[in-house]
Design a protein around this ligand. Sequence first.
Ligand SMILES: [Zn+2]
Ligand SMILES: [Zn+2]
Length: 78
Amino acid sequence: MARVCPLCNGLQVAPKLCPRCGQEMEDKGALQEFIDPYSPYLSQELGENFAGTGDCVHLYCCPFCALDQRFSVPKQLI
Ligand SMILES: [Zn+2]
Ligand SMILES: [Zn+2]
């Protein structure tokens, strides 16, 4: 058994509507993938946030108004 993010593993899709313009936002993937490995400050900051919840944080971007938002996705046991 492992705890995985259902979105990262293609088990589930979670459409989000843009709070500003109401259009469907695009899942840009897990925030971890955006962490620059050569930026220890950023990695540490994000690592602390992730450590508290164990959730996978996804970045969603609205293709219409360019708003981006982060959503926590609870990991599931598979
Ligand atoms: Zn994920
Ligand atoms: Zn929008």
